[in-house]
Ligand binder design. Sequence first.
Ligand code: PEP
Length: 256
Amino acid sequence: MRKLLVAGNWKMNGSVDEAKALSAGLLAEISDGASYDVAVFPPFVHIPAVAAQLQNSDLIWGGQNLSAQAKGAFTSEISASMLAELGCQMVLVGHSECREYGHESNQLVAEKFKQALSVGLTPILCVGETIAQREAEQTESVVWQQIQAVIELVGMESLGQGVIAYEPVWAIGTGLTATAEQAQQVHQFIRSHLSENDDIIARRMRLLYGGSCNGSNANALFSMPDVDGGLIGGASLTVEDFMAICQQADALSNGE
Ligand code: PEP
């Protein structure tokens, strides 16, 4: 049985004080030993403040990106070991905003995935198609190429140590959510393709949905057999909105 994961990507928002207040608010609402996992991804410079709040709790924190290099003359970059030193357990790789604005290729994303694993971080590999690609019926080929690049570099066993987040680019921050059926269709495609490589890993891997997920649609999305939680952007920025999603995960995890 895969445990649901609700992950909040705070992107480039807020101040240190707001990050502290948000993490303290979540801490007050989410009990230790919850039936689902919760992770937050603050901006890099807010991580120490969030870590101070969340240490000794079950809540997970992580980075929104990392360097593909281990160390050295890479001005502005943040290494995997720097994140690990701040207590991060997870890191996002290949978010569509990094692919688009940072021109991150499938190959570079795969190298970042490898770096994350090298220090014991769990990478969340973000994949997804643009609206033009969907309309051209390229969703499956685009998503599979993004995953395949990682398998080619690190192998299936290592891919299985991460999480995959299917995030249709046209649904991110737009208020347009994939329907639960559309999400399930792509998740099922991913899982069945993974199982051609390794059925045990495919059945164990968590596949998150991301793209305008909120308290009103989370139940339908997370009820789908191959959707194991969500990567949440806008609705992760207030305790109230994020908890509305977490409550759905809680109810579903408890069979309600
Ligand atoms: C995201 O950026 O990962 C995301 C899913 O954003 P939003 O929920 O705002 O669409």
